[in-house]
Each structure stands twice: as C-alpha cells, then as structure tokens.
Design a protein around this ligand. Structure first.
Ligand code: MLT
Length: 201
C-alpha cells in the first residue's frame, strides 16, 4: 500500500497508524500525529480504493452503506500490510495505535472488529459501526477513543454510542468524546485525544 513511514525518536513508543478520510491521502493526518505524540514512529497509509478519483479504504454502495465483502477483504489487506511494514521498518507489531478520520476511522474500527491483535488501540474521529451482526474478538487490553459530533449527519449520535457499547462488550476500554459540531475534525477533539493518549501510554 502507498504509505509514508517516519521513524520516531523513542522506539519504545507506539507506532501511530494514520488513516485518512474519503478523498484524502497519506499526508493529511501527519500534523495530528505531531499533536498526539511527536516522539512516536508514524506509518501513514493511503487507501487502495478509488471512488470517482477519491482514495478510500474500502468500497461503499452508497453514503453510509458499505460493501461488506470489500470491507472484509480490505481489512485483511491492511492487517497484512501492518505485518509486512512492522518487519520492514522494525517496529513492534503489537504496539500500533491507529488514528483515523471518517472512512479511515471506519477501517480502523473494522480492524478491531475482525482481528484480536491488529491494533493496541485506536483514536477514531467520527467513526460508524463498520459491520453489524458479527461477533467481535476478545479485545481485553485494547483502548479506544471515539470523537463524535452531536450534529454529525454521517455518523449519528446513536451509532457512536452503539460502537462504544460493542467495543465495551468485547472487553475493550472505550471512551466517547462529544463535540457540539458536525462531521468535521476539530482541534478540540484532537486535544482531547492527546490527553486520553497520555493516560493510556
Ligand atoms: C464511509 O464511507 O466510510 C463513511 O460514510 C464516511 C465517509 O464519508 O467516508
């Protein structure tokens, strides 16, 4: 997968996996990584799917309606890419924290939904429930921060709460942070995520 890797100053720190929103690329979230932990290694990946020229991490049939078969395939592809990248760049495969926005948050949530050991934790900005009706792996020891908007037209407040509760039922710790805004990624929610990160690392 097309990506950027930046080696951090402190090898014991997690590797931050950056996953952009629809129409974005691997450069978009680099400033966020600096705000969360400027000593951590960064792996920023570009989604392999194109929708009218806009990169995404998996196909969708309509806004908010995911192509489940492609979602499963692309989640597996990203998980394997993480295995390969950890060997190539010599970082700890078991210490990856994803930072995703919108479609990138959805594929990060999908990694958690499908693989017990894909991620150590995740900061999910405006995620949805990636797949309904499946049994999640045991996520004991995993920490998730969800940032949601009370007026988000794409990810409803109900869906944000459902995601938190599904992760908690799978034994993950999952914190839900609200902004009185829509789908946009705000500085305030990144600051709240940075505070959460300090407590879990
Ligand atoms: C998705 O397709 O993953 C969500 O609808 C968010 C987005 O617009 O990318």
């Amino acid at each position: 997968m097309k990506h950027i890797f930046q080696k951090g100053k402190t090898p014991a720190k997690p590797t931050l996996l950056l996953l952009h929103g629809t129409g974005g690329n691997e450069l978009d979230l680099l400033p966020l990584a600096g705000m969360i932990d400027d000593e951590a290694s960064v792996l920023s990946v570009r989604g392999n799917v194109l929708e009218n020229g806009m990169p995404r991490f998996f196909r969708r049939l309509a806004e908010g309606v995911f192509d489940e078969e492609d979602l499963v395939l692309r989640t597996n592809e990203l998980n394997q890419f993480l295995d390969e990248a950890s060997q190539k760049y010599e970082f700890d495969r078991d210490n990856i924290i994803a930072i995703g926005y919108s479609n990138g948050a959805n594929i990060a949530a999908s990694l958690l939904f499908h693989y017990k050991n894909a991620l150590k934790g995740a900061i999910l900005h405006h995620p949805m429930v990636p797949r309904k009706g499946i049994e999640l792996p045991d996520l004991t020891g995993k920490s998730v921060f969800i940032a949601a908007g009370t007026n988000d037209p794409i990810c409803s407040p109900l869906e944000s709460k459902e995601l938190q509760s599904l992760l908690q039922q799978a034994n993950a710790s999952a914190e839900l942070h609200w902004e009185n805004r829509g789908h946009q990624l705000t500085r305030e929610e990144v600051e709240a995520a940075a505070q959460w990160y300090k407590e879990i690392v």
